[in-house]
Design a protein around this ligand. Sequence first.
Ligand code: AP5
Ligand code: MG
Length: 217
Amino acid sequence: MTSLNLVLLGAPGAGKGTQAELLVRDLSLVHLSTGNLLREAVESGTGLGREAAAFMDQGQLVPDQVIIGLVREFMQEHRGCLLDGFPRTLPQAEALTELFQELELELNHVIEVRTDPELIVSRLQQRLVCTACGAPYNLKSKPPKAEGRCDLCQGSVERRQDDEPETIRKRLAVYQAQTAPLVDYYQEKGILLTVDGDLTPEGTYAQIQAALGVDSQ
Ligand code: AP5
Ligand code: MG
């Protein structure tokens, strides 16, 4: 299968990053997590990072025009993209539809990872991420092999600043208000696949493979 373009849609902590790691491994896709990109910018102290940090720390979305510009740049340079955390507003989804038309590419599927909000809160309170490559870990279900070090790149594994209970609740509310409507948007386009995010990572991934019609390893 060549040049698939996919979107991973789901609430904060639904498991988008976890499933992205498996999809990238098996389908040779280029992973774009807008959240990881923004955190890198914050870490490097760029202008974008300074602008984004104020929104991210409050659990709010970064303005559409900033994010759309970043994704446009990325999509012009890569083929076979896995978009994780974009789009998350209707204007972003419409801009992405236009961008695919302009580049004469197709968005093949939007995979909605649907996860119980109660599970999400406990997962995010246990989450650690690699500050270098963004790989997600979990104190309970997926601790790094060496404490504090990423299995993949040896980067430093830490808690995310927005994984505090109050910010998690804010992010979940923002998801319901601004991102959940995209489920209907993509359902109407006939490209939505919904999988159960309450299972183990492997269980959810098996559903994604079945929905995409790709062989399990
Ligand atoms: P972003 O980084 O995209 O965060 P998010 O959407 O809140 O999602 P998360 O990364 O928190 O969760 P995830 O679904 O990836 O779950 P994970 O796999 O890590 O965005 C952060 C911020 O950036 C936003 O709030 C916003 O400010 C800004 N931003 C980003 N994109 C934007 C955009 N397009 N527009 C505007 N602003 C934007 O899993 C979570 C935990 O659970 C981990 O510990 C993992 O190990 C564990 N886990 C996962 N799956 C399972 C499972 N099946 N069983 C047990 N544990 C599991
Ligand atoms: Mg993520």
